[in-house]
Design a protein around this ligand. Structure first.
Ligand code: GRF
Length: 215
């Protein structure tokens, strides 16, 4: 399955995908292009270093959101992309974009959705003084971080945490989870039925060991 990654920032999640591809841990998934809406962002440097083709489309250069979405989809489809992964891509994509990728558009979000959607999820969770947070990989729909959930990972918020230490703990789990989901999807193990998503071969969480308690 040919994967196109979109990013806006440092690209550490992209790096996790690149590393997984290099080690064979991405299975049949192939990263064929990386697109960014921010020229010079770290994600582009990382892709170039790994020999993955890149492109930049600046949203400010387009007259409307639809025009930007259309050009973005054209660029991805032109590279043969079947499935799009948003890895720190800070733009909302419209229904017209999503419809052009029937194999799905995936996003990684640094919170346990549906808690703390939108920007600075880690800061929102820290300010809320949650006991646990984590990350979510989900299919993208026309809302903001509202699409069907594929997988989540939980981390504790510890006494003495700063927003930064919580952010770093979540990010470590992002880097672990995203390649696993991309691989599972490329292997045809992600089955979607409305909001319900099953990942064949995922661990059974029914046991007592899966309980997380703060007391
Ligand atoms: C990650 O926390 C991701 O979940 C969020 O934006 C951040 C991007 O980090 N959507 P990076 O660019 O992958 O380092």
């Amino acid at each position: 399955m040919k994967i196109g990654v979109l990013a806006s920032g440092s690209g550490s999640n992209l790096q996790a995908l690149l590393d997984a591809q290099a080690s064979g841990a991405l299975g049949p998934a192939r990263l064929v292009t990386v697109g960014a809406n921010v020229a010079g962002c770290g994600a582009l440097t990382r892709a170039e270093a790994a020999g993955v083709p890149t492109f930049v489309l600046r949203h400010g250069d387009f007259a409307s959101r639809d025009a930007f979405d259309y050009a973005l989809a054209d660029a991805l489809l032109g590279a043969g992309v079947q499935c799009v992964v948003l890895a720190g891509f800070m733009r909302v994509l419209g229904a017209g974009f999503l419809a052009r990728f029937p194999a799905g558009v995936l996003n990684i979000h640094p919170a346990l959705l549906p808690a703390f959607p939108g920007v600075n999820a880690q800061g929102q969770a820290f300010a809320h003084r949650v006991k646990f947070s984590g990350c979510t990989v989900h299919f993208v729909d026309a809302g903001v971080d509202t699409g069907p959930i594929i997988a989540q990972a939980v981390v504790p918020a510890l006494e003495g945490d700063s927003e930064e230490t919580l952010r770093a703990r979540i990010l470590t789990e992002e880097h672990r989870l995203l390649p696993l989901v991309v691989r599972a999807h490329a292997e045809g193990r992600v089955r979607r039925d409305g909001r319900t998503v099953r990942v064949d071969g995922a661990p059974d969480l029914a046991g007592a060991a899966a309980r997380l308690r703060s007391l």
